[in-house]
Design a protein around this ligand. Structure first.
Ligand SMILES: *Cc1c(COP(=O)(O)O)cnc(C)c1O
Length: 370
């Protein structure tokens, strides 16, 4: 079986982990945490990095940092992981959805304006599968309406928008280092920001809102979202190779694109002229006219020894949110279509050129036989 993803852990990961054990520094107080924060924020081109225990926690802490209040709205794409909506709802906020673009699968910026109300506090663009969201129109809207931008950059370590790194454009931005992300700490996340005040609030909320100087005294309710020194040790080793990892992802994506460009009825990833796509996961969307959906295609590929994963299912189609009274009669046709017709192919860092040829060959053959 060719796996969808495999982490690459053959650098200094083991050495730094042993260092944690030998020195006894295993909690969030250990020195690798600060080092990882510094390396990652410098790489992203942002002043502050605040490491947390996972990407979902990063979103929750970022929303606490902007002080999202009950009843306030955050505009986000329906096509994403549940973490985005969950983080908003945890604070009593209201997720407001827009559809995605048919080619980049990123938030449809043309739908934003119509969703802004007097209650809107923030916009949460989610860079999708390695491709950046078109940020300039969002920045313009946010400035006009005095809104925060919170980038969810979990899937785009190293990707660029007009020469700027994704995760350096919004006011406060989030990353995940889950095992399938471009660099990983197993579980982990990071909040990055240039804003000193937001950084201070994020640090407070990651650590139970302990006050500096007066430890067991609390003015707000926070949570414990701290990253351990063990996770950060792996993170530092991964950061030493991030350029190499991003290059591997891009090479794989471009190789797939070359082999699949001429397959009828198969949509492949794009790279807009203003974008550097890092092809985190190599997604494809099958034309409905084939009569084949992603589920059936995944089964066929599995029979050929190729693992895949389905695309996200939009938030407006989630039973849990219908039960809570959200999104009941909302429809987002692009998200609905790609949720059913889209999947991603093996995209791991350990993938060989030969494996890419095997996968592309199988995809081609199946598409032509159907
Ligand atoms: C992976 C991911 C997250 C969540 O990260 P975890 O570390 O798994 O909590 C959030 N947003 C997006 C877009 C992701 O892909």
């Amino acid at each position: 079986m060719i796996p969808v993803n495999e982490p690459l852990l053959d650098g200094n990961e083991k050495k730094y982990l042993i260092e944690c054990i030998d020195t006894g520094w295993i909690s969030s107080e250990g020195p690798f945490v600060k080092k990882f924060e510094e390396m990652f924020s410098r790489y992203t081109g942002v002043k502050h990095g605040i490491a947390v225990c996972n990407g979902t926690a990063a979103l929750e802490v970022a929303l606490a940092a902007i002080d999202l209040q009950p009843g306030e709205e955050v505009i986000m794409p329906t096509f994403t992981i549940i973490s985005c909506a969950l983080a908003i709802l945890r604070r009593g906020g209201i997720p407001v959805l827009v559809d995605v673009e048919p080619d980049t699968w990123c938030m449809d910026i043309n739908q934003l304006k119509g969703k802004i109300t007097s209650k809107t506090k923030a916009i949460m663009p989610v860079h999708m599968y390695g491709h950046p969201v078109d940020m300039d129109p969002i920045t313009e809207l946010a400035e006009k309406h005095k809104l925060y931008i919170i980038e969810d950059a979990a899937e785009v370590h190293g990707a660029e928008y007009k020469g700027r790194k994704c995760g350096s454009i919004g006011h406060i931005n989030c990353f995940s280092f889950y095992a399938n992300k471009i660099i990983t700490t197993g579980e982990g996340g990071m909040i990055v920001t240039d804003d000193d005040k937001l950084a201070e609030r994020a640090r407070l909320h990651r650590n139970l809102c302990f006050k500096e100087g007066r430890r067991f005294y609390h003015e707000e309710l926070g949570g414990n979202s701290r990253m351990t020194n063990l996770q950060a040790a792996v993170g530092v080793a991964q950061m030493e190779r991030i350029d190499e990892f991003v290059e591997i992802k891009r090479r794989n994506g471009i190789m797939y694109n070359g082999r699949l460009a001429d397959v009828d009825c198969l949509q492949i990833p794009v790279e807009k002229e203003w974008a550097k796509n890092v092809f985190w996961m190599y997604g494809v969307v099958i034309d409905e006219s084939t009569g084949v959906d992603a589920e059936r295609f995944a089964t066929d590929l599995k029979d050929n020894g190729i693992a895949t994963r389905p695309f996200f299912l939009g938030m407006h189609e989630q039973p849990v949110f219908h039960k809570m009274g959200f999104f009941k009669n909302e429809h987002y046709p692009v998200a609905e279509r790609i949720a059913r017709q889209g999947l991603y192919l093996p995209s791991g860092l350990t993938l060989t050129e030969e494996q890419i040829s095997i996968v592309a060959g199988a995809v081609k053959e199946l598409m032509e036989s159907d």
